[in-house]
Write a protein that binds this ligand. Structure first.
Ligand code: IPE
Ligand code: IPE
Ligand code: MG
Length: 245
């Protein structure tokens, strides 16, 4: 196994690490514009941040890391940028999956695998899932062609197709029809670039997540930013609607 960094700050409570952290990787375009570069250079620069965030998650002992890579609304972007993102994400899998697998990272995808996603990208996703499925230190889920409302609509459709009777429908049943029922709900959602909105990310799953909104643009995000987010998480009191003991 490839060693992971050993630089977690002492003030992080190792007994209170979020099990599942989800990130909205935002700010690539602004990062590029600030440097007079095309927006797509910002996406490319985000790769280093992904690799470092994975290292940080491994160092902390986080079990699930979900990264929002492409939303069901991102098809509204110019065709050139969409094409770039499709190719970039496909190539990223090829470039990084062996290195991730060597660190114990299993890779999965959440989102609609519909006709809009090029066939070669779909094939690469399936291949990547197959090649990394025996890893179990960290599950890295890329939310790709993902929308929270689409996920819920897909669940409702499948429930109806299965002929489930209305009396059987409750929150647990709905959760079982989501894309990854086996993955626990995120404890912490990090959205970079200072934007404070959900943008259709994990609407159902993040009902009781803690949110942090660091100003850093995604291409500049490094594991110390993840450590900071976890520290912030540890300062929160999660009450789930109840009262503190
Ligand atoms: C996030 O960066 C990446 C994707 C949405 C694919 P953006 O491309 O949204 O960057 P900004 O928000 O325009 O800076
Ligand atoms: C959310 O970011 C989607 C991803 C990071 C993949 P956007 O940049 O697309 O969200 P909005 O448009 O600012 O809400
Ligand atoms: Mg954005």
């Amino acid at each position: 196994m490839t060693p992971v960094p050993d630089d977690v700050p002492n003030n992080i409570d190792r007994k209170n690490i979020p099990r599942h952290v989800a990130c909205v990787m935002d700010g690539n375009g602004r990062w590029a514009s600030a440097r007079n570069l095309p927006r797509t250079d910002g996406h490319a620069a985000g790769e280093e941040a992904i690799v470092d965030a994975v290292d940080g998650a491994l160092a902390l002992g986080i079990r699930y890391l979900t990264l929002f890579a492409f939303s069901t609304e991102n098809w509204r972007r110019p065709a050139d940028e969409v094409r770039f993102l499709m190719n970039f994400n496909e190539n990223l899998l090829v470039r990084r999956r062996d290195e991730f697998a060597a660190k114990g990272v299993r890779m999965e995808f959440a989102g609609r695998r519909d006709w809009r996603v090029p066939r070669k990208v779909l094939r690469r996703m399936e291949e990547t899932e197959r090649l990394t499925k025996s890893q179990n230190t960290l599950t890295l889920t890329l939310a790709f062609n993902y929308g929270g409302r689409a996920e819920i609509a897909d669940a409702v459709k499948a429930i109806v197709e299965d002929g489930v009777s209305a009396s059987k429908i409750d929150e647990r049943l709905i959760a079982r029809y989501l894309y990854h029922p086996e993955i626990p709900d995120p404890d912490l959602v990090v959205r970079t670039s200072g934007e404070q909105r959900i943008s259709n990310f994990l609407l159902w799953e993040a009902a009781y997540a803690e949110y942090v909104f660091p100003e850093v643009l995604w291409p500049d995000f490094r594991r110390h930013d993840l450590y900071d987010a976890v520290l912030e998480y540890q300062s929160r009191q999660r009450r789930y609607g109840g009262l503190n003991p």
